[in-house]
Each structure stands twice: as structure tokens, then as C-alpha cells.
Design a protein. Sequence first.
Length: 242
Amino acid sequence: MLSAAHKTIAEPMVQVSSLTKSYATGRGELTLFRDLSFTVPRGQMLAIVGASGAGKSTLLHMLAAMDAPTSGKVVVDGTLLGGLKPAAQAEFRNAAIGYVWQAHYLLPEFTAVENVAMPLLARGVSQNEARAKATRWLGEIGLADRASHRSGELSGGEQQRVSLARALVVEPKLLLADEPTGNLDAATGEAIFDLLRRLHDTHGTTTIMVTHNMAIAALCDRTLVLREGRLVDGGAVVLAEV
């Protein structure tokens, strides 16, 4: 029999079961996807690709407990997200999940180090400790010399690197990235992905990234395609039917 520690290690980071998302519209019900089921092992970097409007971002929001499915279950790190009340969902997000958006969403009135420190301050970490950790993370992304610069003084690539540091400063178990290179030129986007890949490998984070860039997706450990309400893996439909 496995010990409790071995059971924890063997358990996937993400388990999605029979997930369906529908919306009521003036023309009837719109179903983005139906009966999606997949797992993400701990430490894996997964890319989710698909056409605009396929539901990729919505799926990512559900993995972060920012949106609720019409039916089905999402379990992250052994926690059933649908079983949490809103306050507990917010607490879980802050404790276990890092999120990188297509837009950097840095607060313009604050410096880079202050932006990176904010998730720690939300946890109740002291100003000194939060600033020290934020400074270390700025060093990891190669922007230690830009710590005192506000977002408007940074390039697009630098802004996205700061947003990545902000997501990782809390040492999340799951990193969700929604088109993190979508607003950048090709060369800068590749550099951001290379940084994301290096940090993923160095810190052992489980990463799920939504992207429309197939070249970048191919550099992840695994790719799922969301198409016409189904998930396709390597040309074969995986546990999802319309």
C-alpha cells in the first residue's frame, strides 16, 4: 500500500471530468464545449490551442476557479473547486495558482518591484519580506536593474516578464498563462516563452498555457487542441465528444 506521501506525488495536479460550459443567448443556448475530461500530471507543461472563440480562455478561467462550469468537475491539487465558497476560491487562487494574462495588467502608478510584491502583500507578508522576494524574482527574469521603473518606462517584453515574476513570486503549484506572447512581436514572444520554459523547469511548476502559436505549443511537453467542442490530442479525440 502507498503511503500518504506517495499518494500525493502520484495524484495529478489537475483532473477535469465531464466538463461542459453553456451560455444562454438571444438565439438559444450556446455550448462552448461539452464533456471534456483530461488530467495534467505534476510538473508537466501543457499547451491548449484552438481557434478564437473555441473556449480556451474560458477553460483556463475554470481551472483558476474564476468561472463555474455548467456541469462537470475540476480538481486542482486535490481540491474540488466547485466545492468551495467564493471566499475560499479566492483564497485557494492566491495560495496555489499563478496567472499570466495576454495583457500585463501592471498597475502604472507602482514600480516593477511593487507590482511583483503585490500578491505577497495580499497574503499578509510583511512589506520588507515581500519586497525582498520580489527583488529576487526580478533578478531571476533579468530585470533587477529595472526594479524602480514604472510599467510605462518598460518595453512590452519587459512588462510581460514583470507580470510573469508577479505570478511566480508566490511559488504557485499551478501556473496558468493565457496567450502570454499574444501581444508581442515574434522575437520578443519567443524570448518570453524561453523564459517561461526555463522557470517552469527550474522551479518544477505545473504549467498550462493557452496559445494560438503552434510553434510555441510544440515546445511544450504536451498539446491539446480544443476544436468544435472537443479536445484533440495528436490527432485523436481524447475523452471528449460533442
